[in-house]
Design a protein around this ligand. Structure first.
Ligand code: FES
Length: 505
């Protein structure tokens, strides 16, 4: 069974019980097989099961063991990529549809929470976007106009309930939301099972063969035959190239600090910077939590995660003197599509009856829910006005510069094959840590465990052979090209790779 996607724990991990389910032991059939038990997969399963479809969900970790357990769960139509840019890349109609789809996703989450009586701390709150930099205020005015053209309820305000970024001018976005993501998944899983759906965790999918039916193979040998398959694995394991060259993986960091009850108003707070800082409050019974995120970097391309978390904690203490203690520190992964919107629809390589949801862009909870709503229509043969906007095959001319920059960055990563490695010898590796070592023409990912035993694997990522790098915070091997991640002993934590790191020959 695969471990969860990282070593650190988020604020949500301690708030729910065991989210594992029995492993798939024997062959099965379903109307729709969903691979991935995060928000995208579980919401898809829920909507389809409620519509009377026979669903099976497979995941190699527990439910929410991937990025949904690590999100800070802002529910928002104030999109990170900004309406000024979305309008430029997707046109006025596209920006309008992007706004309305995110709003519909928040409403759908609220409706499901109410219908299923899920106790997951969902609340409607306002969101505040603060300017950054010299022309920050001017950009804010432009953003307000663009957001309004897209139909977003937003206004300029000078009376935010808190001023974390050193000024009071900001945009106020109405009726945003917040939720405990793992409690929501817990409730969704129970609702899926009440509708007759099956969920199997500890079940690693090794291949998905499109067709009629689709055949889904698992590591144990058990297969699922289904009329349709939805891969909701954060980074799609059924698409080898197309979406991976149009989105880039970033690590992002978050802390949760204990603060006195109601000392910070319950709202969402963002800075209009790149990368930016995002803040929200999670009310509790004896105290509240202040959740602060930011310090993003491109996956596998830095090794200073602990310093980033320290900086985030220091920044928070400076701006929020009521902080009593920083109790949780964790990191997660975000996939940034070059044009700012998720990829949702038929698998771009043409695999018959296979669909994907990917490209969360920092809006995983809403993009995942949009994916569920859209694919629920698609597998049922219904038209949906969002399908063109989110089409995984799309190419937007306005995103060409970002696309070129990210792909140039990927090309540069292959140069690691020519480097000497991190250290000359395995004796230089401290216990509980890993390093890349050159061995002739080969590069080895060498991990020394806490007992001192050395584990060697080929450092070539099993997706497209980039050299992985050691992530000391999460104790993982991270690929700098498309974001695959592997545990210290080579097991897959994040796609697009499906196979573990290989043993050296
Ligand atoms: Fe593509 Fe590693 S994720 S080469």
């Amino acid at each position: 069974m695969r471990a969860e996607s990282g070593r650190t724990k988020s604020l949500w991990h301690g708030t729910v019980g065991d989210l594992s389910r029995p492993t798939l032991e024997s062959d099965a059939r379903a109307d729709v097989c969903i691979v991935g038990a995060g928000i995208a997969g579980m919401m898809t399963a829920y909507l389809l099961a409620r519509a009377g479809r026979k669903v099976i969900v497979l995941d190699d970790g527990p439910i929410g063991g991937g990025e949904t357990g690590r999100t800070t769960a802002h529910l928002s139509d104030a999109l990170d990529d900004r309406y000024t840019d979305l309008e430029r890349m997707h046109g006025a109609d596209g920006a309008r549809l992007a706004a309305s789809s995110h709003r519909a996703a928040i409403q759908r989450i609220a409706q499901v929470v109410e219908t299923e009586s899920i106790d997951c701390d969902f609340a409607w709150v306002d969101g505040y976007l603060f300017p950054s930099g010299r022309d920050g205020e001017e950009r804010l005015w432009e953003e307000m106009e663009a957001a309004r053209r897209a139909g977003v309820a937003v206004e300029m305000a000078e009376d935010p309930p808190y001023e974390p970024f050193g000024g009071s001018m900001c945009l106020r976005f109405h009726r945003q939301g917040r939720v405990n993501s793992l409690k929501l998944l817990d409730g969704l899983a129970l609702a899926v099972e009440r509708c007759g759906g099956r969920i199997h965790t500890g079940t690693h999918v090794t291949a998905v063969h499109g067709g009629s039916p689709v055949r889904i193979e698992t590591a144990s040998g058990a297969t699922v035959l289904a009329s349709s398959c939805v891969t909701a694995t954060n980074s799609p394991i059924t698409d080898y190239v197309v979406t991976h060259v149009k989105q880039a993986p970033y690590r992002t960091f978050a802390i949760a600090a204990r603060v006195p009850r109601q000392s910070v108003a319950d709202a969402l707070y963002w800075e209009d910077a790149d990368p930016y800082i995002y803040i929200r409050v999670q009310p509790g019974e004896s105290h509240d939590w202040l959740i602060v995120g930011g310090e993003d970097y491109k996956t596998g391309q830095k090794d200073d995660d602990a310093e980033r978390l320290d900086r985030l904690a220091g920044w928070t203490r400076e701006r929020f003197p009521m902080v009593e203690a920083v109790e949780y520190r964790w990191s997660g992964q975000v996939l940034e599509p070059a044009d700012g919107l998720a990829f949702i629809g038929p698998n771009p390589d043409g695999a018959e009856n296979v669909f994907i949801i990917t490209g969360d862009s920092g809006h995983g909870m809403t993009h995942g829910t949009i994916g569920a709503m859209l694919l629920c229509d698609m597998v049922s043969g219904r038209e949906n006005e969002w399908s063109k906007l989110y089409d995984p095959k799309r190419v937007r001319i306005g995103a060409a510069a970002d696309l070129a920059r990210e792909n140039l960055n990927v090309a540069v990563q292959f140069g690691a094959w020519l480097l000497p490695g991190d250290v000359p010898d395995e004796t230089d590796i401290p216990r509980g840590s890993g390093r890349v070592i050159r061995h002739g023409a080969h590069m080895l990912a060498v991990y020394r465990d806490d007992a001192g035993e050395v584990h060697q694997h080929n450092a070539a990522c099993t997706h497209m052979k980039c050299i992985v790098n050691w992530n000391d915070l999460e104790k993982s091997w991270d690929c700098p090209c498309h974001g695959s991640r592997f545990g210290p002993t080579g097991d897959v934590l994040n796609g697009p790779a499906v196979k573990p790191l290989e043993r050296p020959s």
